[in-house]
Design a protein. Structure first.
Length: 386
């Protein structure tokens, strides 16, 4: 792993990058155009009623259980400033940035972060306005409310939460670790924000709210952005979910890293080959967006976000196929650590991709069923009776 002075995306910047409006994300647009997220849930119910493999009531109950903390924390704590409970009148005096940074990272890992880094709050990665999806789930603002936080919160602590390798292999059937790690991210960010607020400093926790996670995570030295638009980390590949805390607590910035992702993704292309919705580019980078879901100013592989969301609706649950097939997505082990050293140095990249396919990595697991009859029967809930 090589530390660099600037994030690897800077070499691809071609013009000023305009800020993204959260109202233009696929999730927010999907709320306005057909309430697609609700349609996905309706398809999920149809799947479990018909007992479709990998999408049964057991599977649905699993992801719902995983999402419990996420939903509760998001609508009560995320996207708004955390207030101290006990220490309401004092502040830690002139904390040494290096020492307090170490302590904050220790607390972040204790609270559930697998990776943690610190970056400046770059205004380019902060949404201009609140969008429908994040308003619906967080209730922290109204649609269209402006977001201007960079001056009040000059630092951002970014955390990555690793999903399980075997669970991701289930996709596009239900893989519940996305939901579980969103809960861990919600818990971790809210709890870390509480810790900082109790020190007497400002803290604003978020998961998908407020800003663009991948760009902030790259700035914080957690990894690089891949062809699929996801963060690729050294230890977990793209198999992570991201949370963050914006703060004015003086911290030491982490340096960005170069793990060879940019050149590797130019060669690999497996995510675009296997994407079931054809949402990912197979060609060269471009600084021209497909539509309002992308912004110009940087050469990258823009995502056809609505194609992706439309597949989610058809599928009845979210999709992680691009994570599943990515060669950086591997369980920990000596062999994979050795191959990773080659990938970081862009040595034998084509051979790595070839043998990744030959050895069957990235294929969907066949173990999708539970040892129980998952057929359904209709009931009347007690709270629905006359």
């Amino acid at each position: 792993m090589k530390y660099v002075e600037e994030p690897t995306y800077t070499r691809f910047i071609t013009a000023d990058i305009p800020r993204c409006d959260d109202r233009n994300t696929a999730f927010s647009k999907g709320q306005r155009e057909g309430n697609k997220y609700s349609s996905m849930h309706e398809q999920c119910v149809e799947n479990l009623q018909k007992g479709r493999e990998g999408k049964t009531v057991i599977d649905a109950a699993t992801f719902s259980a995983g999402a419990t903390v996420d939903y509760l924390v998001r609508k009560n704590l995320l996207g708004r400033e955390m207030r101290p409970v006990y220490n309401t009148g004092h502040r830690l005096r002139s904390p040494d940035p290096e020492r307090i940074s170490r302590i904050v990272k220790e607390k972040a890992r204790w609270l559930g972060a697998d990776l943690v880094g610190v970056a400046e709050t770059d205004p380019r990665w902060i949404y201009t306005h609140w969008g429908e999806q994040n308003v619906r789930y967080s209730r922290a603002a109204e649609v269209g409310d402006p977001i201007e936080i960079a001056e009040q919160y000059p630092y951002v602590i970014v955390m990555a939460h690793a999903m399980g390798y075997e669970m991701v292999r289930r996709s596009p059937a239900v893989e519940a670790d996305t939901d579980l790690e969103y809960s861990r991210g919600a818990w971790s960010s809210a709890s870390l924000a509480t810790f900082i607020a109790e020190l007497g400093y400002r803290a604003l926790p978020a998961v998908n709210e407020i800003g663009i996670n991948v760009a902030l995570a790259v700035d914080a030295g957690l990894g690089e952005a891949g062809r699929h638009g996801l963060l690729i980390t050294r230890d977990y590949g793209p198999r992570v979910r991201i949370s963050k805390v914006f703060t004015n607590l003086p911290l030491v910035l982490d340096r960005p890293i170069d793990i060879g992702v940019q050149k590797f993704c130019e060669v690999c292309k497996l995510c675009s080959r296997y994407c079931p919705s054809n949402s990912l580019m197979n060609g060269e980078r471009t600084d021209q967006p497909w539509d309002v879901h992308n912004v110009p100013g940087m050469k990258k592989w823009p995502i056809k976000a609505m194609n992706c969301l439309d597949f989610w609706v058809k599928n009845g649950n979210h999709c992680s196929v691009c994570i599943r097939v990515c060669p950086w997505n591997k369980p920990d082990g000596l062999l994979h650590r050795l191959v990773r050293v080659l990938a970081e140095r862009n040595l034998m990249s084509r051979a790595i991709v070839y043998f990744d396919q030959l050895l069957g990595y990235g294929k969907q697991t066949r173990d999708l069923s539970y040892p129980i009859d998952s057929h359904m029967e209709r009931i009347q809930r007690a709270d629905q009776s006359d």
